[in-house]
Design a protein around this ligand. Structure first.
Ligand code: HEM
Length: 477
């Protein structure tokens, strides 16, 4: 049965999409052109242009316009981040091909400053070099390669609990949609960690899950404020945004630690058990890693699920097609459901930017990028580009249907959307997140008709969020 999970469409992201990069290198001319540089004022740089464009919350649109003006490669310093921004998927392939054995990404300055100031040690996302690789290998095996199927029964308890709560709101707008989805994604993660005993203990931890859900949301909201006034300046000036941020991170780490201590005492048969018993990892390190998994799972799955419900609620006929497909096919084998999710994540990429430090000099679209440069991939721009996706602003799950020649019907360059990143540092939770979202959508759509009351736009709270509350009404079928 586990093969079913291994054959999930996610595999596409890591294997089949990657055309030979040696070919790519050959088609590049090695002429050097100057990288266009966006110049700003002394000290403040381009801060006023960003503010005029809507600040950090509209950074995806700001960078999109810059690509229109300067092309697919340009350089701009945003606050403390001096980066080369790229939007051509062929360049992205080249960059990933040369990311090195221990790929390095960029972390929000505020999070690093917090860790340095308070001596906080964090999990996989914050690790680098040999330490990162040591733990990444262990989790690659248990979270990607041999993802266990036992968790599905516990996942079903989690989603049923939420849908039973929503039943009381039949015919009304859901008042706390995103808060409910935060709780849902943290509960999924908890169910995965403790396995079959989840049902016995879920009531004992519901307060911990609620506290954690609230504090994680706050951390992201606080972090985005540092796009304009860098964290180090905010900290030196003792600004309110720094104090708020510290409080939010303190709370999230404390709540996650309390939760993990409880989970450890449950002696379940889930992921936690395999980490504690099979792998020789010191308890402190297990806690550090698991705390960060829970924090990483909160936002990402909650917002991606919210975008999925939102989009289906705007497209009645696609919703009906999906409902129909799910009556005939198991949710894990439903191609149409896979296509819906791919399309949602293309249009609403949770990470609108991916980043790598280039370990060597590389040539991208005729520009030489010196070793150790920070290169940021503009995934929002590439995912909405008409060159790579026909009618890029339209929600068309069928574009992902394969034609006889094995090409996609409406996708010219699948590498232009990478919702879980790519390569050795791609998302470790991608398979579990995919199963959780498939299950949530399948169960929800079988019971309810989803109606989105009002369209919203994209904003950034570091990740892609709506610029306004999403109002969704569920009507029992
Ligand atoms: C829909 C849900 C999710 C999305 C869209 C998502 C997306 C991403 C992206 C874009 C990255 C960076 C990849 C790169 O730089 O190449 C990432 C990294 C990561 N994600 Fe996720 N993620 C999701 C769910 C989860 C879950 C449920 C977990 C919990 C285990 C998780 C844990 C992580 C961790 C630990 C990393 C850092 C990996 C490393 O540095 O080795 N994510 N995710």
């Amino acid at each position: 049965m586990s093969n079913r999970y291994c054959s999930l469409v996610l595999v596409n992201f890591t294997k089949t999409r990657f055309m030979s990069t040696s070919n790519l290198k050959n088609i590049r001319t090695k002429s050097k052109k100057e990288i266009p540089i966006v110049k700003g004022l002394p000290i403040v740089g381009t801060m006023f242009s960003i503010l005029a464009a809507g600040g950090g919350r509209k950074l995806h649109e700001y960078i999109d316009k810059r690509h229109e003006q300067y092309g697919s490669v340009f350089r701009e310093k945003l606050g403390p981040v001096d980066a080369i921004w790229i939007s051509n998927p062929l360049d992205m392939k080249l960059l990933f091909a040369q990311e090195g054995k221990f790929p390095k990404h960029i972390l929000p300055e505020a999070w690093l400053l917090y860790n340095d100031t308070y001596g906080q040690q964090r999990g996989l996302y914050f690790m680098d070099g040999k330490e990162w690789w040591k733990y990444r290998q262990i989790f690659n095996k248990i979270m990607l390669k041999d993802l266990n199927v036992h968790f599905i029964e516990s996942y079903k308890i989690v989603i049923n609990d939420l849908l039973n709560e929503w039943e009381l709101r039949d015919g009304q707008v859901l008042p706390n949609l995103i808060a409910d989805l935060y709780k849902l994604s943290i509960s999924f993660m908890v169910a995965h960690l403790v396995g079959g005993v989840y049902d016995n203990y879920k009531n004992d931890i519901s307060n911990d899950v609620n506290c954690l859900a609230q504090s994680i949301q706050k951390v992201f909201q606080c972090t985005v404020k540092f796009t304009v006034i860098p964290a180090n300046i905010s900290k030196s000036l003792k600004l309110k945004i720094w104090n708020d941020f510290v409080l939010a991170v303190d709370n999230s780490i404390e709540s996650a630690n309390n939760l993990v201590s409880k989970l450890m005492s449950f002696n379940g048969d889930g992921l936690l058990n395999s980490i504690l018993n099979v792998h020789d990892i010191p308890i402190d390190m297990v806690k550090r890693l698991i705390v960060d998994f829970i924090i990483a799972a909160g936002d990402t799955t909650a917002y991606s699920t919210q975008w999925s419900l939102y989009t289906l609620g705007l497209h009645k006929s696609i919703q009906n097609n999906l409902r129909h497909s799910l009556l005939e096919t198991d949710f894990l084998e439903c191609d149409y459901l896979n296509n819906v999710l791919k399309e949602v994540l293309r249009m609403y990429p949770l990470a609108p930017f991916l980043a790598r430090f280039s370990p060597n000099d590389i040539y991208l679209t005729d520009h030489m990028i010196p070793a150790n440069s920070l290169v940021v991939m503009s995934m929002f721009t590439s995912g909405r580009n008409g060159k790579y996706f026909n009618n890029p602003d339209d929600f068309e799950p069928d574009r992902w249907n394969r034609l006889k020649n094995n090409k996609y019907k409406g996708v010219n360059e699948p590498f232009a959307t990478l919702p879980y990143g790519f390569g050795a540092r791609s998302c470790i939770g991608q398979k579990m997140a995919h199963v959780q979202m498939c299950l949530t959508l399948a169960e929800c759509i079988k019971r309810y008709e989803i109606q989105t009351m009002k369209p919203v736009k994209i904003a950034l709270d570091l990740i892609t969020v709506p610029d306004n509350h999403i109002n969704i009404k569920l009507q029992k079928i």
